[in-house]
Structure formats: structure tokens, C-alpha cells
Design a protein around this ligand. Structure first.
Ligand code: ACO
Length: 321
């Protein structure tokens, strides 16, 4: 048995903020952001919680799968920006959906989070322990951004995506790869909140995301093609046989570099970073839902999902739709 995706969903906050709007509150320009990243606008959560966005995405995915929330064995939520430190987003979602039977927990692998959660679902399904799993990836990154740091805050957006997977003997995940390099974690991080313990001397204020953009860029353009090659090899298919590559939406130049290195036509690498920015763990499931709803994937198609992110972490899965 393997995990087969049988329903997808996504939800973006109502408020869309263009590059031009950002240029009114900080020293930046549409030209700078667009030419360096491909991003034109992003959605920012002003009134929505992450739980509400994830629940909207999950209901769409359940509906397409023809499944009731009460049937779910497990809910896995990939996020680094849950509404609360406790309880987890997955448990909040369980309550929201009334998925009483499900066991629920979060996975934090930053932008690789959805891939890691999907691979965890696949492992549970392969073991025979569970058969119906909701996998969600979502973020409200805008609350973790330093809005005085123009080099990071313009890159990210908010939103959630979901996929319902079930055990299948024919279709589903064929091969996966995942990796971590904690020794290089400092290139993309967000330190802990201020410690209130009276026995600890700690004057740090609340911390925000900081990033060495050029190091992350170099890491991404090397790691993503390697991960794709390994996942397709494990799946027993060639890169040429893959119909669509659903890649983490961080920067158009990274996607173009992957296309060039692996000789993949850009038509096979759909994008929504233009209107979404980088939604970390939400980016891959939201794009997957966009292409699914536009009828761009047919039963039997070969799809590769691949991402990279803080940790550092990376992962890819090759599957039959
Ligand atoms: N508007 C205008 N100017 C800016 C802005 C901005 N928003 N941000 C930075 N600049 C300026 C800098 O201050 C610098 O000015 P200086 O030359 O006078 O010092 C200049 O632009 C160039 O800055 P660089 O950082 O060298 O710009 P670079 O060409 O490297 O592009 C970018 C930066 C877009 C972040 C690029 O490095 C990148 O895409 N890296 C990958 C980042 C990424 O993928 N992150 C997410 C990955 S993991 C995850 O998803 C969580």
C-alpha cells in the first residue's frame, strides 16, 4: 500500500498586498521585488486565523475525496507559525472539523514541512497503521516578519493548503527522499521568544525571521535538482517522464535554475509565487490545489513535489496521480 492523494484544497487570506503598496511603507519598489523574485503581490492575514484557513482548505480536500472528517485516522499539520504554541494546529483543526477519531500533531520542517508530513503519512500507510490521513501545510508568516527588514518581509505570504491521502495499491507515492543539515541552520532562522523565567538572565526581545538570502539561494539551486533526481530514481522513472513539478515557491530564479539544470521545460513547472509569495509549508499544497482545480493533472500523471527550507531541510516525492 502507498499514500495516494485523493483530494486537495487551499485558502488564502482576503487581504492582498501588492509590491506598490509595500513601496509606500518601506524603501522598496515593484521593479526590485519583481525582477529579483518574480513576486508581484501576496496575501496577508489581517482577520483570519491559521486554523480557520487550514479548516477551509481541509473541507475542500475532504469534499473532493468524498470523505467525512469523522473517517480520518490522522491529521498532520506542517507549520512553523501555528496560532498557539499549545495546542498544535493539527489539534485545533481536529476540533474545528470534529474529526474525533483522528490522532493529530504538527511537524515543523519549515518550507519542506508539507513534503515531510506527506512522507510521514506515506510511512504510516505503508506500515498498515492508518489508512485515511489529512495532511495540511499552512503559515501566517506575516506575524514572524521584521517589517523593518525589507530584504525578508517582501518575500513571504500567508495561506494554507491541504491534501487528503488514503491507502491505495495502485496509485500514489512511488519514491521519496528527505534530508536535513542542522549544522547550517543559522542561514535562515527565527530565535525563541523572550524568556520570562526569573532564574534566566535574558534581555532578548521577540525575534523575527532572519535570512542570508544568497546562502539560501545557493543551497536551493544545488539541493532541489539532486533531490528530484534521487526521488525519481527511487520511483523507477526518469525526469523526462514526469508531467508536472510542483516545487516550493520561493523565487522564480530558483525555479528557472532547476529547469535549466535538469532540462525541464518551464511549462512543466507551474507557479503561483507571483500572487502568493513564499508561504513556506503552505506553498506546495496551495500550488498543488491550484493546478488540480484548473484540471492540469489527470489520473495516472506522474508528479514530483520538491521543497527546501530552514533547518536546513529538503525533500522530494515522485508519485502517480
Ligand atoms: N527593495 C529594494 N532593495 C532591497 C530590498 C528590497 N526589498 N531588499 C534588499 N535590497 C537591497 C539590499 O540592501 C542591497 O543593497 P546594497 O547593494 O546597497 O547593499 C541590494 O538590494 C542587493 O541585496 P542582495 O541581498 O544582495 O540581493 P540579492 O540579489 O541576493 O537578492 C534575494 C535577494 C531575493 C533574497 C535572493 O538572495 C534570494 O532569492 N535568495 C533566496 C531566498 C529564498 O529562497 N528564501 C526562502 C527560502 S527558504 C524558505 O522558503 C523559508
Amino acid at each position: 500500500m502507498r499514500a495516494r492523494i485523493c483530494g486537495t484544497g487551499s485558502a488564502l487570506p482576503r487581504r492582498e498586498v501588492t509590491n506598490d503598496e509595500l513601496s509606500k511603507i518601506m524603501d522598496t519598489s515593484d521593479e526590485w521585488i519583481r525582477s529579483r523574485t518574480g513576486i508581484c503581490s501576496r496575501h496577508l492575514a489581517v482577520e483570519e486565523s491559521l486554523t480557520a484557513l487550514a479548516a477551509r482548505a481541509a473541507r475542500q480536500a475532504l469534499s473532493e475525496a468524498g470523505m467525512e472528517a469523522a473517517e480520518l485516522d490522522m491529521i498532520l499539520a506542517a507549520t512553523l507559525s501555528a496560532d498557539k504554541l499549545l495546542p498544535s494546529l493539527a489539534c485545533e483543526l481536529q476540533r474545528e472539523l470534529s474529526a474525533e477519531r483522528a490522532v493529530a500533531f504538527d511537524i515543523n520542517a519549515a518550507c519542506s514541512g508539507f513534503i515531510f508530513a506527506l512522507q510521514t503519512a506515506d510511512a504510516y500507510i505503508k506500515s498498515g497503521q492508518y489508512g485515511k490521513i489529512l495532511v495540511v501545510g499552512g503559515e501566517i508568516l506575516s506575524k514572524l516578519m521584521d517589517w523593518n527588514d525589507r530584504s525578508t518581509c517582501v518575500l513571504f505570504g500567508d495561506g494554507a493548503g491541504a491534501a487528503v491521502v488514503r491507502a491505495d495499491s495502485e496509485f500514489g507515492i512511488l519514491g521519496s527522499v528527505q534530508g536535513s543539515d542542522g549544522a547550517r541552520g543559522e542561514v535562515l532562522m527565527c530565535e525563541d521568544r523572550k524568556n520570562n523565567n526569573p532564574y534566566v538572565s535574558n534581555t532578548k526581545d521577540l525575534s523575527y525571521v532572519s535570512m542570508d538570502g544568497q546562502e539560501v539561494y545557493k543551497f536551493a539551486v544545488r539541493t532541489v535538482p539532486e533531490a528530484i533526481l534521487k526521488a525519481t530514481e527511487r520511483a523507477g522513472i526518469s525526469v523526462d517522464e514526469v508531467d508536472l513539478f510542483i516545487l516550493h515557491q520561493a523565487n522564480i530564479r530558483i525555479l528557472q535554475s532547476v529547469s535549466k539544470r535538469l532540462k525541464i521545460p518551464m511549462e512543466k513547472i507551474p507557479m503561483n509565487l507571483q500572487t502568493c509569495g513564499n508561504i513556506s509549508a503552505g506553498s506546495i499544497p496551495i500550488l498543488l490545489d491550484f493546478v488540480n482545480r484548473r484540471g492540469m493533472i489527470q489520473r495516472g500523471n506522474k508528479i514530483v513535489l520538491a521543497g527546501f527550507g530552514a533547518g536546513l531541510t529538503w525533500g522530494a516525492s515522485a508519485l502517480t496521480w
